[in-house]
Design a protein around this ligand. Structure first.
Ligand code: HDD
Length: 714
């Protein structure tokens, strides 16, 4: 049961996986294989191939003499080391990634001619990078922030990058405002504080002056900004795109990723503690899930709007601060993505991967969303300075599976050795190759959608982008009572950190009051400000009163407790049989039971056997697990009752609304802690308790407990 790390080669880690071995043999992985370096059995050499005899000592004039400049081995090693870092991403610097595959559910011919959506047999390799936005590379995983959700599809027709977020809207409507927004949210320039958060003056100054940000900011103040796991997030393409079929018929679409794991978050107190106790919480969770065969899955879907319906909504489809409520246009599933392979080398794969919303394939096209239009320029530009030149597409992780011959030549780090003399087109010297391919129903050259444009060149925001509050209101009003409270607390916390009174006042009076007066009043009360009596603008309101699809409470997922980490607190004298019973019951549900003891040393069971533990309770604190069990055993229960770490474990788990099951004899322990049984705090030794415990974990948290848990010290 303890899942000890093995150094077994990758092949055996992958053994026993079902469809993925198809993906293993696919072209992308094979092409990456060419670049993977395995040093097993190899001699240590310089970069130029010379075998090294002594890697411990630099060349010196005598054992106590000065080092010699001629030591080419040391100079090569140190020079390389001196240049090991590349600039981090300007935004989304902190992230992690994984390989996997995408498979279409069928032939979506009516919608698109893109080959990877036309053939249900086709396995398209993907690489996904998840990220936070604000913090630098070394920042914590669980900060309150938007999460990047960028997917590179290595299709036979070229790379398609769907560079989205875990929220369906954005802070601004026009790309020209992106540097302003990013400068405002990034750490303040005089002291570089805060790292990885938005609770500071410049962020709230900007967003309180820019009402178009109101909708995205309320998402960022919601539980979506503190996900339980990268595996438990929805993903969104944000902009409206076009899909185009073989007949040239276009449909507007919004892309959605729906996780089988459900959409779940941690609590704010937990998120803050995790940032210290396990700053790598999300990257660890993803890589462990893949390593243990709990491959995360998402369904890719689209909301489809026929071209002729473009103007049927009370918002503009080109405005990236708007969603299309799923109750108006449901999401049509297209296929599924499975992540089944961890990177071998973080730098080579996760750090060097380069996404660009402009990487599309025939059958997909852009719209005139002014945020998207700006992004089409920005990403390639940033790669040139970050990855050192225009040949970043030759880095293995960025290489398409499709061939990519053209007349582009030279530049820094060119790796391809182009044969032939004609680096131009047309040519008659190299037989005219490579040649253009005319557009066609299948396998044709890329053709842009022929949208008619007849307009004045103008710097102007469309009037149809003018309603900034109706959907922010719809979002707030669609939340459960618990979620609404979390939002109120998040605004109160963040604005509480804002030093300038006039910024707090403006956010409450000119933004929150236009979203919802109760929200504004609650936040105002927490800041000691008067409650605004009315908003500052006329808000027309959404055509829907509520959109249930927006509440996480309605997105439980379909995998039950698979992959959930469950702590079993044990000490000397624990009932070994009870531990076995509980472990078996949890493993039967594909959960991950973990034995935690007072230290990392094995504990002794009541019948004298040594029982290995996975970690100490301090080594894996309660914030790192989903649920807690205290197995039977009188001496063990007594020892835990006298152990401050164990008591804190239970109190904290209770405070964070986690399911807790305690053996019958542990009732006294709960009484000492002042914890009362509820739907998720269960006492007993029978199967009924185990069943109720599993059900409570399926619900992610015991929401009914939230008010009672307020009284528990943080
Ligand atoms: Fe961006 C990175 C998502 C607007 C400019 N962006 C980046 C990443 C994601 C997004 C997921 C990380 C990719 C990775 O993992 O390497 N960005 C978005 C979304 C946006 C958005 C969903 C709005 C809908 N971004 C946006 C605008 C601009 C940029 C308007 C500039 C005009 N984004 C960048 C960038 C980054 C980036 C500076 C930093 C590193 C990189 O591109 O490769 O170019």
């Amino acid at each position: 049961m303890p899942s000890k790390k093995t150094d077994a080669p990758r092949e055996s880690q992958m053994a026993g996986t079902q469809t993925p071995d198809k993906a293993n043999t696919n072209a992308k992985l094979q092409s990456l294989e060419t670049f993977r370096a395995d040093a097993t059995g190899e001699a240590l050499r310089t970069n130029h191939g010379v075998k090294i005899a002594d890697n411990q000592n630099s060349l010196k004039a005598g054992p106590r003499g000065p080092s010699l400049l001629e030591d080419f081995i040391m100079r090569e090693k140190i020079t390389h080391f001196d240049h090991e870092r590349i600039p981090e991403r300007i935004v989304h610097a902190r992230g992690t990634g994984a390989h996997g595959y995408f498979q279409s559910y069928g032939d979506h011919a009516a919608l698109t001619k893109a080959g990877f959506l036309r053939d249900p047999e086709k396995i398209t390799p993907v690489f996904v990078r998840f990220s936070t936005v604000q913090g630098p590379r070394g920042s914590g995983d669980t900060v309150r922030d938007v999460r990047g959700f960028a997917v590179k599809f290595y299709t036979d027709e070229g790379n398609f990058d769907l560079v989205g977020n875990n929220m369906p809207v954005f802070f601004i409507q026009d790309a020209i405002k992106f540097p302003d927004f990013v400068h405002a949210v990034k750490p303040e320039p005089h002291n570089e504080i805060p790292t990885g958060g938005s609770a500071h003056d410049t962020f709230w100054d900007f967003v309180s002056l820019v009402p178009e940000s109101a909708h995205m900011v309320i998402w960022a103040m919601s539980d979506r900004a503190i996900p339980r796991s990268l595996r438990m997030m929805e993903g969104f393409g944000v902009h409206t795109f076009r899909l185009i079929n073989a007949e040239g018929v276009a449909s507007f679409v919004k892309f959605h990723w729906k996780p089988s794991q459900g959409v779940h978050s941690v609590l704010w107190d937990e998120a803050q503690k995790l940032a210290g106790k396990d700053a790598d919480y999300h990257r660890r969770d993803l890589s462990e899930a893949i390593e243990t065969g709990n491959y995360p899955e998402w369904e890719l879907g689209v909301q489809i709007v026929p071209e002729e319906d473009e103007h049927k909504f009370d918002f503009d489809l080109l405005d990236p601060t708007k969603i299309i409520p799923e109750e108006l246009v449901p999401v049509t599933p297209l296929g599924k993505m499975v992540l089944n392979r961890n990177p071998d080398n973080f730098f080579a794969e996760v750090e060097q991967v380069a996404f660009c919303p402009g990487h599309i394939v025939p059958g997909i096209d852009f719209t005139n969303d002014p945020l998207l239009q700006g992004r089409l320029f920005s990403y390639t530009d940033t790669q040139i300075s970050r990855l050192g030149g225009p040949n970043f597409h030759e880095i293995p992780i960025n290489r398409p599976v499709a061939p990519n011959h053209n007349g582009q030549r030279d530049a820094m780090h060119r790796m391809t050795i182009d044969k032939g003399r004609a680096a131009y087109e047309p040519n008659s010297i190299d037989g005219g190759w490579p040649q253009e391919t005319p557009p066609a129903a299948q396998d044709g050259g890329f053709e842009s959608y022929q949208e008619r444009i007849d307009a004045n060149k103008i710097r102007q925001r469309s009037e149809s982008f003018g309603d900034h509050f109706s959907q922010a209101r719809l979002f707030f009003q669609s939340m459960s009572a618990n979620e609404q409270q979390h939002i109120i607390k998040a605004y109160s916390f963040e604005l509480g950190k804002v030093e300038r009174e006039h910024i707090r006042v403006r956010e409450v009076n000119e933004i929150l009051a236009n979203i919802d007066l109760q929200l504004a009043a609650a936040v105002a009360a927490n800041l000691g400000l008067p409650a605004p009596k009315k908003g500052t603008v006329q808000v027309k309101g959404s055509s829907l009163a509520k959109s249930p699809a927006l509440s996480q409470m309605n997105l439980p997922g379909s995998v039950g407790i698979k992959g959930r980490k469950i702590a079993l607190l044990v000490a000397d004298g624990v009932d070994g049989g009870d531990v076995d019973r509980l472990v078996k019951a949890l493993e039967a549900q594909s959960a991950r039971p973990l034995l935690l003891g007072p230290s990392s040393a094995p504990v002794k069971t009541a019948d004298g056997k040594a029982l290995a533990v996975d970690a100490s309770m301090e080594g894996m604190p309660s914030v790192m697990v989903d649920a807690i069990v205290v197995p039977a055993g009188k001496a063990s229960l007594q020892a835990l009752g006298a152990n401050g770490v164990a008591k804190h474990y239970l109190l904290e788990g209770y405070k964070h609304l986690k399911a807790i099951a305690v053996a019958k004899d542990g009732k006294a322990l709960l009484d000492t802690l002042g914890l009362k049984e509820d739907k998720g705090l269960l006492v007993g030794d029978d199967q009924k308790v185990v069943d109720a415990f599993i059900k409570a974990i399926e619900g992610h948290r015991v929401w009914e407990r939230e008010a009672a848990a307020e009284a528990i010290p943080a």
